[in-house]
Design a protein around this ligand. Structure first.
Ligand SMILES: C[C@](O)(CO)[C@H](O)COP(=O)(O)OP(=O)(O)OC[C@H]1O[C@@H](n2ccc(N)nc2=O)[C@H](O)[C@@H]1O
Ligand SMILES: Nc1ncnc2c1ncn2[C@@H]1O[C@H](COP(=O)(O)OP(=O)(O)OP(=O)(O)O)[C@@H](O)[C@H]1O
Length: 298
């Protein structure tokens, strides 16, 4: 018996970050979009809980992904079991196409996919509200990984609601070889902006642009407060942002906390042309679905 669930990478079209709260988290006003780069999590019936990570293609490195209880899919299984008052067992296999520590929420995608896969494998019928609450406890990006599409994120990013989006939008995604740790990027932003406003910049410009279907309008509105911190930590990202635009992209943007860099293109064809000029670049479109079952042999 096994269930496979697919979950997408996320990007932030707008990422407004306020001054840190008393609990250390930063208040966010963000617009998430799920893009067509996926991890697949398969849960197979077993007597114990275990997790194994494989690379979906030779260009993906799974270095740095834990193989025990710290793996986010494993943590999701433990949290779901605790919610239902039982120990959940399964052999979890995570086939990764989302770069690790890239600012694309790959770990969050695995956690969301594991929640859905184990719920189906064990026929737990967890409510959507309970899944979203469990997801929020696992990480700020995990509720969006469940939801997918395009959504406004508030609180520390865990409160999500779908927004209107007339996409598809075409993206060129340029992963970096070495990841950037999210807490370090937030901490660096605090050093760069000691007097930051507690209220994050609102997302009105991106929300309006999403309804136009015009890539040029969305390009003008893209915004990421973490970009300055990521570029300061990795100056080569600034050069890459300039290069993509020189190659004809409408606009470049650091993805979340980085170091992945995104470029917005006019069309699929335009995205393929820009990607062809940038080493290691992938083409993706969004919005796509949140964590969903692709194989059900439960
Ligand atoms: C950068 C983003 O990906 C943008 O969507 C997210 O804000 C990060 O989400 P995530 O990786 O799911 O983050 P979590 O696992 O909840 O938190 C990891 C660490 O990131 C920092 N963090 C995260 C979210 C937030 N609103 N403020 C923060 O300061 C904290 O140092 C926290 O300890
Ligand atoms: N399933 C997992 N996949 C990737 N990393 C994991 C996983 N489980 C735990 N981790 C740990 O989490 C760290 C961050 O991984 P992840 O790929 O989610 O980063 P990210 O894409 O930058 O996340 P975000 O955009 O949410 O900040 C890794 O370096 C690793 O130590």
């Amino acid at each position: 018996m096994s269930v496979t669930v697919r979950a997408a990478a996320k990007i932030n079209l707008h990422l407004g970050v306020g001054a840190p709260r008393d609990d250390g988290f930063h208040p966010l006003c963000t617009v998430y979009q799920a893009i067509s780069l996926y991890d697949d999590v398969t849960a197979t019936a077993d007597d114990v809980l275990g997790v194994r990570t494989t690379a979906a293609s030779p260009r993906v490195e799974v270095v740095g992904v834990p193989d025990g209880p710290d793996h986010l899919a494993h943590r999701a299984a433990v949290a779901l079991g605790r919610h239902h008052g039982r120990d959940l067992t399964a052999a979890l296999t995570v086939d990764k196409a989302i770069p690790v520590a890239g600012g694309l929420a790959g770990g969050s995608a695995d956690a969301a996919a594991a929640l859905v896969a184990l719920d189906r494998l064990h026929d737990l019928r967890t409510t959507d509200d309970d899944l979203l609450r469990l997801a929020a406890d696992l990480g700020s990006d995990v509720p969006f990984s469940l939801l997918g599409g395009t959504a406004l994120g508030t609180g520390r990013g865990e409160l999500v609601e779908p927004v209107a989006d007339t996409g598809p939008w075409w993206w060129v995604v340029v992963p970096a070889t070495a990841g950037l740790a999210t807490p370090g990027v937030y901490a660096h932003l605090d050093r760069l902006r000691p007097d930051a406003d507690p209220t994050p910049t609102p997302a009105d410009a991106v929300l309006a642009a999403l309804t136009t279907g015009e890539p040029a309008a969305l390009a003008r509105a893209l915004h990421n407060d973490l970009e300055a911190a990521a570029v300061d930590l990795r100056p080569e990202l600034g050069a890459l942002l300039d290069r993509g635009v020189a190659e004809g992209a409408l606009r470049g943007l650091v993805s979340g906390s980085g170091p992945t860099v995104l470029f917005l293109a006019e069309s699929a064809e335009h995205a393929r042309a820009v990607a062809g000029a940038l080493e290691g670049a992938l083409v993706a479109h969004g919005p796509v679905a949140g964590a969903h079952v692709v194989v059900d042999r439960a």
